[in-house]
Design a protein around this ligand. Structure first.
Ligand SMILES: [Zn+2]
Length: 298
């Protein structure tokens, strides 16, 4: 089977023809597939999308495509410039690559899928390209995803922060956490009121009014913005932070009481800190032992 047959089956572009494939200067460089416009086809203006007459041809350029048998595959094409009645002289729009990319869109999708499984550096090394090409491929896929994502029907969101630069800087992350649909929706620099306010402006009033549940930790900036922007939703605080506050409060009261009793000449609350903070099910030592000055109950 010839390479053109495979390309025509998988990646057919009506106005263009794949010519014969040949080795590049050395076989290590891979295979070159020359592409030419179909006879009498008119180029598409990259500015407005209308067809126009051919003004001239630019020098040949290579576009890296999905590798075959581990060999790099390159499309070689001399782009036409279009004499466009609207935009003037413009380079033609190519169906296999966007903008000024020198990587075909198919190869970008291929790289972005592998970049979910391997590091970007490994992806670049294995498929014979650069880290920046992988980065641009991932960016293309993410931008496509953002343009095509559906934000309707979201009922539950979770708000969290993540530290970076050794904990001196934060991002605010907002997730959809509906049953069966969990995904990252939004990322904002910092964890201020302004940050979360920006999320709600992005999300819009109508969608916010339809939220039923919001989960967050007890970071004060989040609490006040959620109360202001989404008071129709049930605000669920995470258990870890609630228990942390409860434990602090218990410890404060215990210390106060112990001091007060000591002042009066009693020492009954000594060594009870862990006894009070432990879960009931984890308690092994009887209260009587402790009260009698027994071993520490930890
Ligand atoms: Zn135009």
């Amino acid at each position: 089977m010839r390479l053109q047959v495979i390309l025509n089956a998988l990646e057919r572009h009506g106005s263009f023809v794949y010519e014969s494939a040949a080795w590049a200067d050395s076989s290590k460089e891979g295979l070159l597939v020359r592409v030419r416009p179909r006879r009498r086809s008119r180029p598409i203006c990259s500015g407005c999308g209308n067809r126009g007459g051919t003004y001239d041809h630019l020098p040949e350029r290579r576009f890296q495509h999905v590798p075959l048998w581990g060999l790099a595959v390159w499309f070689v094409y001399a782009a036409r410039r279009v004499a466009c009645p609207v935009c003037g002289v413009k380079v033609e729009r190519l169906p296999w690559a966007s903008g000024k990319e020198r990587t075909t869109s198919s190869f970008q999708w291929f790289l972005s899928r592998w970049a979910k499984r391997l590091s970007w550096r490994e992806t670049a090394e294995i498929f014979g390209t650069s880290w920046h090409t992988v980065f641009r491929a991932v960016k293309m896929a993410v931008c496509w995803g953002i343009r095509h994502r559906e934000l309707e029907g979201i009922e539950a969101i979770g708000i969290d922060e993540v530290a970076y630069r050794k904990g001196h800087q934060y991002f605010t992350l907002v997730y959809q956490i509906d049953r069966g649909s969990r995904r990252l929706l939004w990322v904002g620099q910092d964890r201020t009121k302004e940050t979360l306010g920006r999320f709600f402006r992005f999300f819009g009033r109508r969608r916010t009014e339809r939220l039923k549940y919001i989960c967050s930790d007890m970071w004060k900036a989040y609490l006040s913005v959620i109360a202001r922007e989404a008071n129709g939703a049930l605000h669920i605080l995470d258990r870890f932070h609630i228990m942390q506050l409860f434990n602090k409060a218990i410890d404060k009261v215990r210390a106060q009481e112990a001091r007060e009793l000591k002042r009066k000449g009693f020492e009954v609350l000594k060594r009870t800190r862990w006894l009070l903070l432990k879960r009931r099910g984890n308690l092994k030592v009887s209260v009587a032992t402790v009260a009698c000055g027994g071993s520490r109950s930890r």
